[in-house]
Design a binder for this molecule. Structure first.
Ligand code: VGL
Ligand code: ZN
Length: 203
């Protein structure tokens, strides 16, 4: 069995949101359409408490884009985004969530960020996605969503680490490109670990 994993299609990552991914809204129609083609559809939500350590506002004197050490690992500081139970953390209104079997939350621990939908950035805790897939015998996953150079990339690296056959639907992704070239480097890294990069028209 295969699974489609729809990554972080939340208001704050869309144009007008707190941490907008340029053109992020453009992937929603594809997310809606592709769900019919998969036996299992899963989704993730970035889901931070207000005191989360990745928010620049929680570090006096620091600003978005600064890098700090957070509980022993390097952290880029972001604007306040995807705060649990707020509008910004909700799925985009145009996103059809009716076929989603389960939603996995990440970034809940205030002391550590979690770009990956599998593990936090230091692999201290998992989100439950890996055992969920294992229990159902799912070895083939297809990912799309936001942001290509953060959540999608780190999810793909972890998925390969777990030995999953991992496919990235490129026209279903958009990147932040905080530094010029981030998207290109993310594509290279995902390829290097053996992920299959494809277009929805290849499905
Ligand atoms: C993400 C930055 C901060 C992501 C989450 O899901 O790509 N990026 N938090
Ligand atoms: Zn976040």
């Amino acid at each position: 069995m295969n699974a489609l994993i729809l990554v972080d299609l939340q208001n704050d990552f869309l144009p007008g949101g707190a941490l907008p991914v340029p053109h992020g809204d453009e992937v929603i129609p594809l997310a809606n359409e592709l769900q019919r083609r998969f036996e299992l559809v899963l989704a993730t939500q970035d889901w931070h408490p207000p005191e989360h350590g990745s928010f620049a506002a929680n570090h006096p004197g620091k600003k978005t884009g600064d890098r700090i050490m957070l509980d022993g690992i390097e952290q880029i500081l972001w604007p306040v985004h995807c705060v649990q139970n707020t509008y910004g953390a909700e799925f985009a209104a145009a996103f059809d969530t009716s076929r989603i079997a389960h939603v996995f939350h990440k970034g809940i621990d205030p002391r550590i960020d979690s770009y990956s939908t599998f593990f936090d950035n230091a692999h201290r805790r998992h989100t439950g996605l890996a055992p969920y897939l294992e229990k159902r015998g799912i070895k083939e996953i297809y990912l799309m969503g936001l942001a290509l150079d953060y959540c999608v990339k780190y999810s793909v690296l972890d998925a390969r680490h777990l030995g999953l056959n991992t496919h990235v639907i490129l026209d279903g992704c958009r990147g932040i490109e905080l530094e010029p070239g981030d998207i290109g480097r993310a594509l290279d890294e995902m390829k290097r670990v053996g992920a299959v990069l494809l277009q929805s028209s290849d499905l």
